[in-house]
Write a protein that binds this ligand. Structure first.
Ligand code: F6P
Length: 472
């Protein structure tokens, strides 16, 4: 088998304390099964040149990481990736803070990744690049002569061209996706959006519904909804609910129902809107007061970016307002915690919760929604309340689907979830669980890699054509 090389900004090096979030959850099992190399940022930020890459080997996987200089970190990670691409790809043009300096830093770090990879790659490696930090990486590798099969997967949403074209200099960046052999997205909507961009802005030659001939290379676009390890997580949750930690949490509820929310502290997750909805629920359904506790677990994230500090303040104020208005000496309506919890602790809490509130304003997929479904006891399952704007809503169609911008509607859904008869809960859960078992994590990775490995590398490098093609 050819060697698999994964490239992403974060790398989950075992036992190193580094953390890659949802992306790590998705990648690690595939690498564990196939072996290979995982290349990316070490998480270190240095004043001087960070020096050569560091390699460590665990099982069959080599983890190769590089440091970032302070200005790279500011311009590439905090700047262009997280203050421009992140908001724009989440449909939040109002929050994007574009500077040409940051765009320069973004391309510079992609070149830096490519020049380090250049020395490590073998001609038959299959390269799988992940997420918005590294869109132009294939172009930088091709410029160094690499003809390998290179795939790209975007973990976050891809908006329509009407939004993408509001990104200053989009024509330098987005068409570089045409240098990959396979470009994968979470949903069909995302895939359709990039196809429209390719046709309207780049005039790439469409040779199939989602296939393009770009510079003599066949480029396939497709939807590959990322899954979770459904059966493994279900087993973990069965064990986790018996742990001392989960028992202690349940005891502290004194028999009250628990609703759970778990999100990074990020404006895309719709946490203030969700707080408003819970407040509406308490106002409109007074019988539930004192009988339900909402646990919101929200580790801080990207804290040096002002928009993230703002969202932290807004959520903190909302929690204080609700607890002040509705709380009793013996009951706190909202428990709000900024600490990250282990996978086992979360699995147990999910299983113990009567409902989950997963109401992002926009989300590529949302693995919390899928893990909540996987964790339930099929005989007495809890109810998933899910934003229609999360990619997971395409598969978890038996969840209570809500509009996160409508606090009255979400409040109603909370009441409906808590009052839902057992038979309906079982039916909805069984449906979602079946779907998630069919498309679990290994299925996602195998589908993507089979398409990539079967792709035609073409090899010819032709002349650019079309309006935005100059950026390829
Ligand atoms: O795809 C979005 C993502 O990369 C997830 O994998 C992860 O949950 C999150 O963003 C991590 O963000 P950061 O690397 O900026 O901490």
């Amino acid at each position: 088998m050819t060697r698999l090389v994964i490239v992403s900004n974060r790398v989950g090096v075992p036992d190193s304390g580094t953390r890659a979030g949802g992306l790590e959850v998705a990648i690690r099992p595939t690498l564990k099964r196939r072996g290979g190399m995982w290349f990316g940022w070490s998480g270190r930020i240095t004043d001087e040149d960070p020096g050569p890459p560091k390699t460590s080997v665990h099982d069959k996987v080599s983890y190769v990481t590089v440091g970032l200089r302070k200005d790279d970190y500011e311009e590439f990670y905090n700047g262009f990736a997280n203050r421009v691409l992140w908001p724009i790809l989440h449909y939040r043009l109002d929050l994007a803070e574009f500077t040409r300096r940051d765009l320069g830093g973004y391309f510079r770090v992609n070149e830096y990744f490519a020049s380090n990879l250049d020395k490590l790659l073998r001609p038959d490696d299959v390269i799988w690049v992940h997420d918005y930090h590294l869109m132009p990486l294939a172009k930088a590798l091709r410029a160094r002569g690499h003809q390998n099969k290179i795939g790209f997967f975007l973990h976050i949403p891809c908006p329509p061209p009407e939004i993408l074209t509001a990104l200053p200099n989009h024509e330098q960046l987005i068409p570089t996706l045409g240098q990959y052999d396979v470009v994968g997205f979470q949903t069909e909507v995302d895939a359709t959006n990039i196809c429209r961009y390719f046709v309207n802005e780049c005039e790439f030659r469409r040779v199939g519904e989602e296939t393009f001939d770009i510079d003599g290379r066949t480029v396939k676009v497709g939807a590959y909804p990322v899954g979770v390890e459904t059966e493994v997580f279900a087993r973990l949750a069965r064990r986790a609910i018996e742990t001392a930690f989960v028992r202690e949490v349940l005891d502290s509820l004194s028999g009250r129902a628990m609703i759970i929310g778990v999100d990074r502290l990020d404006y895309s997750k719709g946490i203030p809107e969700r707080m408003n909805a819970f407040e509406r629920f308490l106002a409109n359904y007074p019988d539930w007061r004192g009988k339900v506790t909402y646990l919101q677990i929200t580790p801080r994230s990207r804290s040096s970016i002002p928009e993230y500090a703002d969202i932290g303040r807004i959520v903190g104020e909302a929690v204080g307002r609700i607890n002040g208005a509705y709380g009793e000496a013996s009951w706190t309506p909202v428990r709000y915690i900024n600490k990250a919890h282990s996978r086992t602790a979360l699995a147990g809490l999910y299983r113990a919760a009567r409902a989950a509130l997963v109401t992002p304003l926009r989300d590529g997929m949302n693995l919390v929604a899928k893990e909540y479904v996987a964790a339930q006891n099929p005989d007495d399952p809890g109810v998933l309340i899910l934003s229609r704007f999360a990619g997971a809503a395409q598969e978890c169609t038996a969840a209570l689907l809500v509009n996160p911008y409508d606090p009255e509607g979400v409040g109603q859904a909370i009441n409906r979830a808590l009052a839902m008869p057992l038979e309906e809960r079982q039916r909805r859960h069984a449906h979602n669980f079946r779907v998630l078992s069919r498309n679990d994590l290994s299925h996602w990775a195998e589908r993507f890699l089979t398409t990539l490995e079967g792709s035609d590398t073409g090899g010819a490098v032709a002349q650019p054509q079309g309006r935005a093609a100059a950026g390829r």
